[in-house]
Ligand binder design. Structure first.
Ligand SMILES: Cc1cc2nc3c(=O)[nH]c(=O)nc-3n(C[C@H](O)[C@H](O)[C@H](O)COP(=O)(O)O)c2cc1C
Length: 263
């Protein structure tokens, strides 16, 4: 099993201490896990410029694509991802935010439908649950099939001592994550995932090649316009209907609102 660990914090501090406990627990479950570690701080990824080239022309034309490509390939080549970042001001640190800004185009054009992620955060006292849930929302928006969360209050500046109750919580989450990755089972998506997916699918017609404001979205959706979610993922009839309702809404909405850009 190939596990990619992305460290979205600037240091190897409390959150990294917890990440090491996660690794220990995983190693108790299997001695055949191959880890790859990426520390975002080492990539020197410049701030997202907000040029919107990724949305309009495609992410491969991002001025920072040489770095982004490396990250995307690493995710693609993994069976599961562990994303680790401390909680700053009740949310994620700027380093992580810059990473997710660069991948924001995937809300419009999701992928990673067979990937699972475990998001980890520590906080001094409060806010880690909020940080983890926010990051989970991003991963799900990018297409990740299942996301697990682990949040812990360290009550410490850089001197976090892992308590027994934290080990118990970690073990429980890690077991679920490991079993799920190992099973390769694909879960049906949440309703909250189907809404943006199908709105973008429905809105895509006005952005296809030859339209006044053609974008990479238009081309992307034409290749998957028939289905309310990626074909590889099971979708019960009720969710198909739900998805298709939002597809129709997207089509209607698109007639009223066209997203323009300077040519
Ligand atoms: C800039 C900054 C913002 C922080 N914001 C919060 C916060 O909102 N709530 C909180 O309880 N702790 C907060 N903390 C404390 C850290 O979340 C806590 O010490 C965490 O375990 C640090 O993880 P690290 O050692 O991996 O960086 C903050 C710390 C820093 C440096």
């Amino acid at each position: 099993m190939k596990i990619l660990i992305i460290n979205g914090g600037m240091r190897l501090g409390n959150t990294w201490t917890l990440t090491k406990v996660v690794k220990e627990e995983l190693n108790l479950l299997s001695n055949e896990i191959e880890y790859t570690e990426i520390h975002l701080k080492d990539l020197n990824l410049p701030f997202c410029l907000g040029c919107s080239v990724c949305f309009r022309k495609g992410h491969k034309l991002c001025p920072h694509n040489s770095i982004i490509r490396e990250l995307m390939e690493a995710i693609e080549n993994s069976d599961g991802v562990i994303f680790s970042a401390p909680t700053y001001i009740m949310s994620m640190p700027a380093l992580t935010k810059n990473f997710v800004d660069h991948l924001c185009f995937m809300f419009h054009r999701p992928r990673y439908f067979n990937k699972k992620v475990l998001v980890i955060s520590t906080t001094g006292g409060v806010g880690a649950k909020n940080a983890v849930k926010t990051m989970i929302g991003y991963f799900k928006g990018w297409g990740f099939n299942k996301a697990y969360g682990l949040w812990i209050s360290s009550n410490s500046w850089n001197n976090y001592v892992v308590k027994e109750k934290h080990k118990i919580k970690t073990k429980a989450v890690v077991e679920k994550f490991y079993k799920d990755v190992e099973s390769k089972k694909l879960h049906t998506p949440d309703y909250s995932v189907l809404i943006p997916y199908n709105l973008f699918r429905g809105m895509s017609f006005d952005y296809v090649k030859g339209k006044e404001y053609e974008t990479a979205d238009g081309e992307f959706w034409q290749n998957r316009i028939a289905e309310p979610y990626d074909k590889s993922v099971p979708l019960p009839i009720i969710k198909r209907i739900f998805g298709n309702i939002f597809y129709m809404l997207g089509k209607k909405l698109s007639k009223r609102v066209i997203v323009t850009y300077k040519k």
